[in-house]
Design a binder for this molecule. Structure first.
Ligand code: GLA
Length: 736
């Protein structure tokens, strides 16, 4: 709920468990008043944030000399006016000035959540008590207006922040930094949580103390990247999984991004995030507007677990958009690790027969189905089916799969072009970079200039043709390299700083158009594994390939980190063969299945090579998964033990009505003289009696949570135990 107070000089925003307050000081300045546990009202009590004497600060407003731009908590900064902390905005007017003095102009409170023009974002549904506050400030000299947006979804404890810069002046303004929001806090005692990694080691949770100065977390790879998530957690030092304050900030963006946190000498902290300013600029002509991406702020007072569950519910139901949003995700087989580029139609059908026998529902034909694609050096861009490999083509294959009760999925990598292809010969100016110099390769391929409207249209037309060429039910949209050379032949020299953001806008346009044209297709994002697993892509594609690393041990860490923000329904999680193709490790089939079933399950192996007993195990586990996937994919997740805290780790998922729950428990390396493990469950209804179906054990929820549940002793390395709890209607005689 958003309300005005004290004759309109204060505005409060309230969610389920927090309040946010803004003050319009002296009718001019946007002061941040409060963000914390929910308050029941607003008072006239003023908290003075300036010194009696300090020669280190400047006071640009002589009328209010006690008002310090250096130490006040703000919602918006004015570059050049004495606030030396990290700014929301930097720019240059046509006269060459970098000084902008933004003062309050007006504000408006609106129902619902407004669109962020051209960019994806969280939305509200009918019945949500969502509202948006828009505060407008202006710089008199340049005519540049800033609109600050605050969208609140009270039921999700979520605040959405973004900005729009509008040029109402007569001359152009160059924007050199435009962050999505700025948040000042009056405390500085924080731990910072980030999700860092590398290719095949994405999103490992890292927690450290916030130290003085500026800390920054970013990607300049053109994609949100394997290396750093566009996410930041600000935690109280005592915050744990189940208690304490956790503020999560997630940027809905898929390109170069920056998070900065500044801990000042005055015991305050400033947090900001948005498009990375390095290499970025945007020329704003009179009459034009520029929108920043949306930042999602989730504040929990129930620890990291509370933050996670709010993000999961929000992403699943208010960010993902397609018809598949609420649908159970099919169990799939992907032929990549089974065949790589080397397959025939016959191989695929043999795999399909095996897939059908074990209960798989969708067959995904990965890379290599199009002409000139016998390895990863050629072929991208021409997108014609390879009739030598696929006699009968894609349509006949899709029919053959349907006969085996399998839907067909297809891999594509639209944003790329290989050297030597027809597309490259016809449009050498459609690639990013400097064709007159040597173009920088990544996986022997080049990146199409999606900033160029003709390239966008070409991709829309080409993939409309491809997706209509057969009965395709699923598409894996891949992107297998980072971007470096931000030079677009389409843009004039003074607009080259816009290339990276225009690429992302172009990508979103193409994804929006294609996902809307093919609503029956389930899209899954991919970028060399999880290199662009972000909220921007999830707004169009409700699931993502988590990592190329399918090793069970590595996946425990990757899925643990990913789960901080992203729901299990989005997390592609496949069982693969051993020794694992990425790390060379061998683990039991049970362990690999146990890890991959705690996500959006699939197979990434040559089923023909499995022994008969292995096929029986797989088939049994798939029918188990199908029964429990509504809980796994749409329930509330609780991390019980982190893989970083020793050899054992555990998580559980509870159905929204708390009548059902699934528990996953893993041990990596076993040892001697270890007592049988007892694990404290979470999220259950304390007064419901639960029956664990496999062991027949029965106990009340409170006992399972506080006294704990005894896990059967593991026999050796790489053990897994999976337990399924249902409400026990008739349990008088059973005991734990
Ligand atoms: C990327 C993906 C893999 C596979 C290959 C195909 O690496 O992450 O799953 O699709 O591309 O080239």
């Amino acid at each position: 709920m958003i309300k005005e107070h004290l004759q309109g000089s204060c505005i409060s925003i309230d969610a389920k468990s927090w309040s946010y307050q803004i003050e319009i000081r002296h009718g001019k300045y946007l002061v941040h008043r409060y963000f914390g546990k929910k308050l029941s009202g607003i008072s006239e009590l003023h908290q003075k944030r300036s010194f009696k004497k300090n020669y280190g600060t400047i006071h640009p407003d002589r009328t209010f000399n006690e008002f310090s731009f250096e130490t006040e908590l703000f919602e918006l900064t004015s570059p050049g006016k004495g606030d030396y902390r990290i700014p929301l905005f930097n720019g240059r007017s046509s006269k060459g000035s970098s000084v902008f003095s933004f003062t309050y102009d007006s504000h408006e409170i609106m129902e619902g959540i407004l669109d962020v023009h051209g960019l994806p974002g969280v939305y509200a549904e009918e019945g949500d008590s969502a509202s948006t506050l828009k505060i407008t400030c202006r710089d008199e000299d340049s005519g540049l207006y800033v609109h600050l947006y605050y969208g609140v979804l009270p039921e999700f404890d979520t605040l959405l922040r973004w900005c729009c810069f509008e040029n109402r002046g007569t001359d152009p303004v160059s924007i050199e930094r435009a962050m999505s929001f700025l948040l000042d806090t009056p405390e500085d005692n924080f731990d910072v949580l980030t999700l860092q990694g590398a290719y095949a080691r994405e999103r490992t949770a890292q927690r450290h103390r916030l130290t003085g100065g500026i800390s920054s977390f970013s990607s300049l790879r053109g994609i949100s990247s394997h290396h750093m998530q566009p996410f930041l957690g600000m935690l109280s030092p005592e915050t744990g999984e189940n208690s304490g304050s956790a503020l999560g900030v997630l940027l809905v963006y898929s390109g170069n991004f920056l998070f900065e946190v500044e801990k000042t000498a005055y015991g305050t902290v400033r947090i900001t995030s948005g498009i990375h300013n390095q290499g970025f600029s945007w020329l704003l002509e009179p009459g034009e507007s520029f929108f920043t991406p949306q930042a999602v702020l989730v504040q929990s007072y129930e620890g990291l677990g509370g933050m996670t569950r709010s993000f999961h519910r929000l992403i699943r139901t208010r960010l993902c958009r397609t018809d598949h949003r609420d649908a159970q995700r099919p169990v799939l087989i992907n032929n990549w690790e089974a065949t790589y580029f080397d397959f025939t139609r016959n191989d695929l059908l043999e795999l399909a027969d095996e897939a059908h026998n074990v209960g798989i529902e969708l067959f995904v034909l990965d890379d290599g189905w199009f002409t000139n694609r016998s390895d990863d050096t050629t072929g991208l861009g021409d997108w014609q089916e390879d009739r030598k490999k696929l006699s009968g083509g894609l349509q006949e294959l899709s029919q053959d799969l349907l006969k085996r009760k399998l839907k067909m999925g297809l891999w594509v990598e639209p944003e790329m072009v290989s050297p030597g292809t027809q597309l490259m010969q016809e449009h050498p100016d459609w690639v990013l970079g400097y064709p007159e110099k040597e173009l920088t390769m990544g996986r022997t391929q080049l990146v199409l200039d999606l900033a160029h409207p003709d390239v966008q249209q070409h991709l829309i037309d080409t993939f409309t043709r491809v997706f209509s060429s057969a009965d395709i039910s699923y598409v894996k949209w891949d992107m297998n390299r980072c971007i470096g050379e931000w030079r677009s032949a389409y843009l004039p020299p003074e607009r080259q700083g816009e290339a990276s953001h225009r690429y992302v806008l172009g990508l979103y346009r193409v994804m929006k158009e294609l996902t809307e044209r093919f609503p029956h297709i389930l899209f899954e994002g991919c970028a060399g594994g999880g290199g662009r697993y972000d909220a921007g892509i999830l707004a169009f594609m409700p699931q993502y390939w988590t990592s190329d690393n399918t090793d069970g041990v590595s996946r425990l860490f990757i899925q643990h980190g990913t789960s901080m923000v992203y729901p299990l329904s989005t997390m592609g999680s496949h069982v693969s063969e051993v020794p694992n193709h990425q790390v060379g490790r061998s683990t039991s089939l049970d362990f690999r299945l146990g890890v991959s079933m705690a996500g959006n399950f699939g197979c990434e192996l040559d089923l023909r090579k499995l022994t008969k007993p292995e096929k029986q195990v797989l088939s049994k586990q798939i029918s188990w998964y199908k029964r429990w996937r509504p809980v796994i994919q749409f329930g509330d997740m609780y991390r019980l033990k982190s893989p970083a805290d020793g050899e054992d780790s555990s998580l559980m998922i509870v159905s929204p009505d708390k009548h059902k729950a699934v528990l996953f428990w893993y041990r990596r390396l076993h040892d001697a003289s270890l007592l049988p493990p007892v694990i404290h469950l979470s999220g259950l209804d304390p007064s419901i009696r639960y029956l664990e179906e496999r062991t027949g054990a029965s106990a009340l929820g409170d006992e399972l949570m506080h006294r704990g549940f005894p896990v059967e002793e593991p026999e050796g390395d790489f053990s897994v135990r999976i337990y399924q709890f249902v409400q026990d209607e008739n349990s008088a005689s059973r005991k734990l």
